[in-house]
Design a protein. Structure first.
Length: 248
């Protein structure tokens, strides 16, 4: 009975997400905005801030997918965990929906993407997705620092910050971001190509600069970033975990 209820809950959440995606896209005639980037680069703050401004239609994804694309994005050893399986399925369906309804038909779209220093990003991503990467909830795990180091070093996809734009951006949007010199001092880059208006922000850039860039990009009179999902506020924050690993 418990398994049946879990499966019904799983299906209900999938159906509700599909309905919400369609409503958000078709409820207005405004150009859709997609926050599209690898995980743990500060996108949650941008998403939450835009939601507060009631910007629609607004979407947030870590990858886009074509219908025939069945590649794996998660550790297959933990698929049996229902919460992880549900998260995976919802993200996959959202990625396919946005690609097939917006990108493939060449509809006008505004995309905001972010980048971050790779080492800090990888450590934060590992602990943000601890259950997905290890098969255990952080609070219930009893890994030694050495075991955590081994899991992180041997199984975590460390190349993601280096090849994400090549693997998950260029094939779907037709934009090679490395063809455009990034103005480091400015802290952001804007690219217009075909139906895509793209803004790339560097996480380390000051909030005031990011706010100005986003406001100009979206034609807003003003825009304020709201801090959210800050790793240091969690018991698996990057700095705390690094201290645990080194035995400090």
């Amino acid at each position: 009975m418990s398994k049946l209820l879990d499966n019904l809950t799983y299906l209900r959440k999938i159906v509700l997400q599909d309905i919400k995606l369609r409503f958000r896209l078709y409820a207005t005639n405004q150009t859709p905005i997609i926050i599209y980037q690898m995980g743990k680069v500060g996108s949650s703050s941008v998403m939450k801030s835009l939601k507060k401004k009631a910007i629609l239609p607004l979407f947030h994804v870590h990858f886009l997918l074509k219908n025939a694309d069945n590649r794996s994005f998660y550790n297959p050893n933990v698929y049996e965990i229902l919460s992880v399986k549900l998260e995976r399925e919802m993200l996959l369906r959202q990625g396919k929906f946005l690609y097939n309804k917006i990108i493939a038909p060449k509809k006008q779209v505004k995309i905001i993407s972010l980048t971050r220093e790779p080492i800090g990003r990888n450590v934060a991503a590992f602990f943000q997705n601890f259950e997905r990467e290890t098969g255990k909830k952080y609070e219930q795990s009893n890994f030694t620092p050495q075991e955590l180091r081994d899991i992180f070093i041997n199984f975590f996809p460390h190349s993601t910050p280096l090849d994400w734009f090549d693997n998950y951006f260029k094939p779907f949007l037709g934009i090679d971001v490395y063809e455009y010199p990034f103005p480091k001092e400015q802290g952001y880059l804007r690219i217009n190509k075909d139906n895509v208006d793209l803004l790339i922000l560097k996480l380390e850039t000051s909030d005031s600069v990011k706010e100005k860039a986003i406001a100009e990009f979206l034609g807003l009179k003003e825009f304020k970033l709201v801090r959210t999902n800050v790793g240091e506020d969690k018991n698996y924050g990057s700095s705390v975990c690094l201290m645990q690993w080194t035995g400090l």
